[in-house]
Design a protein around this ligand. Structure first.
Ligand code: TXA
Ligand code: MG
Length: 339
């Protein structure tokens, strides 16, 4: 049976023992919950892939408590990476760097690089320090599904595949970390997150966006990702009430994720007002989509979020989760993923 426990010292120690025994431990970070295994034990890391139903060629992030043992995992730390580490670690920030020779292929998906993150959440820090090594951890959800932002979500997703879930409460950011990689002197943004392109540029100068290589480097290659099971459509902001009416004609139930209250009563709609602040919207996004997914509706309609960098990570996750984007009457409905 899976146990959800508060992260007391005793429970941290038993989680450390589970990691040493080659078992999986789910834990909170400030972004989303991670599904952790001892990064130096390939058999343990393989259990992550089995539990998630994730294809084996997808690399996983290795989490460290500080950059002090970075050289055990990274062959050569780019100079710009040192500056970024100084600025954004510990935090919701991941860097893809050349892997050290002894890193197992199961971590890197056979690539020559490894992704490293130093998370800030006190529980993640406590666990990493007590364990004393690297913890490989993707988000603790089934492959392609919504990332968990509460301990209960992890249980829903993975059940008994994980021995211990360390309950660190609700994740404060709620969206996965920003990921960058390095090419020559250049820094490439692979996944937008709460550390924004502007913040990174302030440290390293110009940034490049992902050029869509054939290798599945970041989520997005499968048709949908971070996705609810209910068909989800992004709707132009001004049309959300009209689209909710249209979708619920004939008494069909519809779920709506909006940034304001409905303009009129919609009898058949389950309507969530996630507000206009990107920090709150992002923190609650996956929990809101889970709620709407369980509401027994045929469709989820999402009101398109505003332009602007503070919404980039949210827009990225919504576009990956949606099965379609509704065109507005003037043809301007589609949200761009990144500028
Ligand atoms: O916030 C987060 O980043 C969370 C928490 C638990 O740290 N983790 C997370 O992991 O979102 P995951 O596996 O769900 O997403 C990490 C992404 C993967 O899609 C993977 O393709 C990419 O990072 N990645 C990992 N190693 C990579 C590498 N060597 N090169 C390029 N991309 C890599
Ligand atoms: Mg994930």
């Amino acid at each position: 049976m899976v146990r959800i426990v508060r992260a007391t010292q005793v429970e941290i120690e038993s989680a450390v023992q589970a990691l040493r025994d080659g078992e999986l431990v789910a834990f909170a970070t400030e972004t989303v919950y991670g599904l952790g295994a001892n990064a130096q034990n390939p058999a343990a890391v393989a259990k992550i892939f089995a539990a998630k139903g994730r294809p084996p060629n997808h690399p996983v992030i290795v989490h460290l408590d500080s950059p002090r043992f970075l050289h055990r995992w990274v062959r050569e730390v780019p100079e710009v990476a040192m500056r970024l580490a100084e600025r954004f670690w510990p935090g919701p920030f991941t860097m893809v760097m050349p892997r050290a020779a002894n890193v197992h292929d199961v971590i890197t998906g056979g690539q020559d690089t490894i992704a490293i993150r130093v998370p800030a959440h006190p529980m993640a820090q406590q666990l990493l320090t007590a364990f004393g090594g690297g913890i490989a951890a993707p988000s603790a959800n089934r492959y392609g599904r919504l990332s968990p932002t509460r301990a209960e979500h992890v249980r829903e997703e993975l059940g008994d595949a994980v021995r211990v879930i360390l309950d660190g409460g609700e994740c404060q950011i709620g969206l996965e970390s920003t990921i960058v990689s390095f090419e020559g002197d250049g820094v490439r943004l692979l996944r937008p997150g709460s550390v924004t392109a502007t913040q990174i540029s302030a440290v390293v100068g110009e940034l490049f966006s992902d050029d869509g290589r054939p290798v599945p480097r970041v989520p997005g290659s499968p048709p949908t990702h971070y996705a609810p099971t209910t068909h989800m459509t992004i709707v132009p902001a001004g049309e959300i009430d009209a689209q909710a009416d249209a979708a619920s004609s004939g008494g069909r139930r519809v779920a709506v994720l909006a940034q304001r209250l409905p303009l009129r009563a919609h009898k058949y709609a389950t309507w969530i007002n996630a507000g206009r602040r990107p920090e709150n919207y992002g923190r609650d996004l996956y929990a809101n989509l889970r709620t709407l997914d369980k509401a027994g509706c045929r469709r989820i309609l999402v009101q398109a979020v505003p332009d602007g960098e503070r919404w980039d990570a949210i827009r990225d996750r919504l576009v990956h989760a949606a099965t379609s984007v509704a065109e507005s009457d003037d043809g301007s409905g589609a949200m761009a993923v990144l500028p």
